[in-house]
Design a protein around this ligand. Structure first.
Ligand SMILES: [Fe+2]
Ligand SMILES: [Fe+2]
Length: 394
């Protein structure tokens, strides 16, 4: 029954994506080199307690970590810290901090933003690399989606003009994680819905990186443009959007793992996603009240709902910037009382397919040349379905 229900949820997700053109082409075409990666990966089950389901989960997570690493690399190239004298060296293997004016915008969120961006990038690269090494150590195939790296990077001087897996220039960012973690009476796993903290980011398309040198530059007083400041703030909210996804995904999939060591892998990496999310959640709240075209970053500390303009105590509870600890809310059974938790942790809301769907809706795989998503979506969806189908013991 449960399986049937989750299958229906997946079907709905896929159908709605097809309807909106998000899954371009309709039929699921899988690159020949990837076919059967997760299903045939586990050659000799008798030598390990790691199950086919465990391999499917690890394979999907490795694929998604490669996507995460790709987007964080783009942020670090432009806004990451560079090595300073008498400081810990920045040890990611490419040039960072290529857009100092963008960094000026990021520093409004926190003086440590460039360091945190570099470190988050390092972490994601390590997640993908470790998961691939771990898969191989269990006799399974590594996953590499770099054949889908066809999206254009920023044109800012110095950025390697190589194709990327993700597009950070046409994002539609769901910022409802903000209110979801402040609610004491709703949980997405109980059907709760949540308002956006920055309603304008959730509609239209916005860039989270300077697209070209034209976005850079300072005026006579050394100030960056409102447009570049809005780009930096967009990045700030996008960082938290990405990492809250990981915060839910790992606990959602951990519930399906069979082998205890694989469980340890998921709990340990998942915890680092939560550390990222908490940091970015705090920093996003430092965005100031600016407007650039159709994008306004609202005042969140005046007790006014930025979606309705109505002042209330509820609005203060829902938007106040320093309320970054998870507010106790419903979990499992309302009779048990509210509890401070990661939310969601169900397959339907926070599982593998749900995570891919949220990345697709974010616009991460949108090819600006065609207005369609790249083929990576079909592969991620197939891997996600296999991961969500895993059951403890199988
Ligand atoms: Fe990660
Ligand atoms: Fe992450």
């Amino acid at each position: 029954m449960e399986k049937e229900k989750s299958f229906m949820n997946r079907s709905v997700n896929r159908r709605s994506l097809l309807k909106t053109g998000a899954l371009a082409g309709g039929a699921v075409a899988i690159g020949a080199g990837l076919a059967g990666t997760a299903t045939s990966a586990f050659a000799d089950e008798s030598k390990s307690r790691v199950t086919k389901g465990d391999i499917a989960i690890l394979t999907f997570l490795s694929a998604l970590e490669q996507v995460e690493a790709d987007l964080w690399i783009q942020y670090a190239e432009l806004g990451g810290a560079t090595t300073q004298k008498n400081s810990s060296p920045i040890d990611i293997p490419f040039k960072t901090g290529l857009a100092p004016d963008y960094i000026t915008g990021l520093l409004v969120l926190d003086g440590d933003m460039p360091q945190y961006i570099a470190d988050n990038t390092d972490d994601e690269i390590s997640h993908h690399r470790f998961l691939n090494n771990y898969l191989e150590s269990k006799g399974a195939k590594q996953i590499d989606l770099s054949s889908f790296a066809s999206l254009p990077p920023s044109q800012v001087t110095g950025v390697p003009q190589t194709g990327r897996l993700t597009n950070l220039q046409n994002l539609t960012i769901d910022t409802s994680w903000w209110t979801r973690y402040r609610s004491d009476s709703a949980n997405p796993d109980f059907g709760g819905t949540f308002e956006n903290a920055v309603p304008d980011l959730a509609k239209g398309q916005h860039s989270a990186i300077p697209v070209s040198n034209a976005d850079l530059g300072v005026d006579g007083n050394g100030n960056i443009s409102n447009h570049l400041q809005a780009i930096a703030f967009t990045a700030g909210f996008h960082f938290a959007f990405i990492e809250q996804g990981g915060s839910s995904l790992y606990p959602a999939l951990a519930q399906k793992v069979t082998d205890l060591e694989v469980l340890r892998v998921l709990l340990s990496i998942g915890g680092s996603e939560i550390m990222h999310f908490q940091t970015w959640h705090d920093k996003a709240g430092n965005a100031t009240n600016i407007t650039d075209g159709n994008l306004t970053f609202p005042k969140l500390n005046i007790g006014v709902d930025p979606n309705t303009g109505v002042a209330s105590t509820d609005a203060a509870n829902s938007f106040q910037t320093n309320l970054i600890m998870p507010e106790p809310t419903l979990f499992l059974d309302p009779k048990l009382g509210p509890v401070s938790i990661i939310r969601p942790t169900s397959t339907a809301q926070g599982g593998a397919v749900a995570s891919v769907v949220s990345f697709v809706k974010d616009g991460l795989f949108l090819d600006p040349a065609t207005g369609q998503n790249t083929g990576i979506v079909n592969v991620l969806m197939r891997l996600a379905e296999e991961a969500d189908e895993a059951r403890r013991g199988f």
